[in-house]
Ligand binder design. Structure first.
Ligand SMILES: C[S@@+](CC[C@H](N)C(=O)[O-])C[C@H]1O[C@@H](n2cnc3c(N)ncnc32)[C@H](O)[C@@H]1O
Length: 177
């Protein structure tokens, strides 16, 4: 399984602890985060079934993955369509892409409640500049909403998108080719 944009490896380590017989590949383009992820995996006792690598989301190695995840990172990427297209090609037959993004409604006016305003504020200061600083620079922002995310996924070649879970802060999309 591949955890793309894994940062410090929090999600990668949790999944590796739960599934000790599976191998988890954590990918992120930020070297110090990957160093930290390796330290955390060692400390958590999952170094044997985790592999971390510094690489762009559009270029991570391997294919035939059963599961690829992105936790709260797609909207930070400069080229989310390119990253998703790469994931579509890296999944094995019947493989699933689990996309976790901040929860947002599709229309901006529906996000103008206190939590949504906080999301817009830090997205404008952190997420959007992070995306704009990269090639393509789509600048999705943390409040894209399911409709816009589905458009990105469809543009990348995915045809099946289902919201499988939602919390006040996040939504989980089950995505298949
Ligand atoms: C908000 S953090 C989320 C980190 C982690 N998934 C988590 O939930 O803790 C976004 C991550 O996306 C990574 N990122 C942004 N653009 C990327 C790209 N083009 N390729 C790989 N990683 C990228 C950043 O380095 C950062 O670690």
């Amino acid at each position: 399984m591949a955890d793309v944009g894994c940062g410090h490896g929090s999600s990668t380590v949790l999944m590796a602890q739960r599934c000790p017989h599976s191998t988890f590949h954590g990918f992120d383009f930020h070297g110090p985060s990957i160093d930290h992820a390796r330290d955390r995996a060692r400390a958590a006792g999952v170094a044997a079934n985790t592999v971390f690598e510094v690489v762009n989301a559009s270029e991570f190695p391997g294919d035939g993955y059963d599961l690829v995840s992105i936790f709260d990172a797609l909207h930070d990427m400069g080229d989310p369509v390119g990253a998703c297209r790469h994931i579509a090609g890296a999944l094995g037959d019947g493989g699933t892409f689990m996309l976790v993004e901040p929860f947002a409604e599709d229309d901006m006016k529906d996000n103008l409640h206190p939590l949504g305003q906080i999301f817009y504020a830090f997205s404008s200061l952190i997420c959007v500049p992070a995306s704009l600083s990269q090639p393509v620079g789509l600048g999705l922002g943390a409040q894209a909403g399911q409709k816009r995310l589905t458009q990105v996924l469809n543009d990348a070649g995915f045809t099946h998108v289902r919201r499988s879970a939602v919390t006040p802060t996040n939504m989980v999309l089950e995505v298949r080719v």
